[in-house]
Ligand binder design. Structure first.
Ligand code: BDR
Ligand code: CA
Length: 311
């Protein structure tokens, strides 16, 4: 299996991404989960990460708290999407599994140094603060990363927090800029892909019909998560942004994209946090990321439902 660290700000869609990873031990070994401030503040994201591990029946998973604020900006949160707890929808018990003592950034650095070079993949599902802080503190780790597979950004689908920016990149654009410049192989799941991963009514029913606690929780989380997108965009279901990352590790052939140059806007007020993706390769700048553009949605949901059913 591929060894990964999930860096996350749960978030209902983060939760589903974590469940998918924990349900797929043949393909994925979760070395640890690092929480970051994003959808909700850090004290909630680290708690939510532990709630999700217990829901998966995997309380031995190591969960670390990372950075509680962006590198040099004030935290912007998204309770308007995810609810007050970040995980609104199902009623899940408070976690009893421990939070690890080490800081999430230290865990990322130490793991990349301890494991053989090129064998650990980072999976950021929130603002890139933890990853950028690790890279700044320990520049030697960049060359040891197998791949960074992240959810963030947008091209044709432009923005969801401003007209031109996607939430994860917008919250900490300086961190995103550092990550996109770090030289490690990067694969990006932008809104262009994730807005095709919609939990329609039949797909929601399929989770519910699993008849298990994780299946029911996923159905309730996506029910809650859907409200916002339906009202706002008239979308036919909740977009499962972050699970695209963990699905890619299991079935990469479900996704197609282009290896292109992607730069992050950090100066302009108007377009702060925009992922300037050179889709048509007009800039002459070197490619630094594989930017996904399309997804086999039926294949994605078949995989997800099957795996959630194994928990
Ligand atoms: C991203 O922002 C968060 O609200 C979601 O969890 C996802 O990671 C989508 O823009
Ligand atoms: Ca997220």
């Amino acid at each position: 299996p591929r060894k990964i660290i999930i860096d996350t700000d749960p978030g209902q869609d983060d939760a589903v991404a974590i469940l998918l990873a924990l349900a797929s031990p043949e393909e994925i070994e979760v070395l640890g989960i690092t929480a970051v401030a994003g959808n909700v503040p850090l004290h909630l994201t680290e708690k939510n990460a532990r709630i999700v591990c217990e829901l998966a029946g995997r309380p031995e998973t190591r969960v670390f708290a990372g950075c509680d604020a962006p590198l040099n900006r004030r935290l912007v949160t998204a309770e308007h999407v995810h609810g007050k707890t970040g995980l609104d929808g199902p009623v899940l018990p408070d976690p009893t599994m421990p939070l690890q003592d080490a800081h999430g950034v230290e865990f990322i650095i130490e793991t990349l140094r301890a494991e053989p070079a090129g064998t650990v993949t980072l999976c950021p599902l929130g603002p890139l603060t933890n990853i950028a802080t690790a890279l700044a503190r320990a520049p030697d780790i960049a060359g040891r990363i197998e791949e960074i597979v992240l959810m963030g950004g947008a091209y044709f689908e432009v923005g969801n927090i401003t007209p031109t920016a996607e939430f994860n990149i917008y919250v900490d654009p300086e961190a995103a800029k550092a990550v996109f410049a770090c030289g490690a192989p990067i694969t990006v799941m932008p809104l262009d892909v994730t807005h095709k991963a919609l939990v329609t009514k039949p797909r929601n029913d399929a989770f519910r019909s699993l008849g298990t606690a994780p299946g029911m929780a996923v159905a309730q989380m996506t029910d809650f998560f859907e409200r916002f997108d339906r009202e706002k965009y008239g979308s036919e279901g909740a977009p499962l942004h972050d699970p695209c990352v963990t699905a890619y590790l299991i079935r990469p052939e479900l996704f197609t994209g282009r290896h292109i140059n992607v730069e992050i806007e950090t100066a302009s007020d108007l377009t702060l946090g925009m992922t300037v993706a050179d889709w048509w390769r007009v800039s002459g700048r070197p490619a630094n990321a594989t930017f996904m553009g399309d997804l086999d949605a039926d294949g994605f949901f078949a995989l997800l439902t099957d795996r959630i059913g194994r928990l």
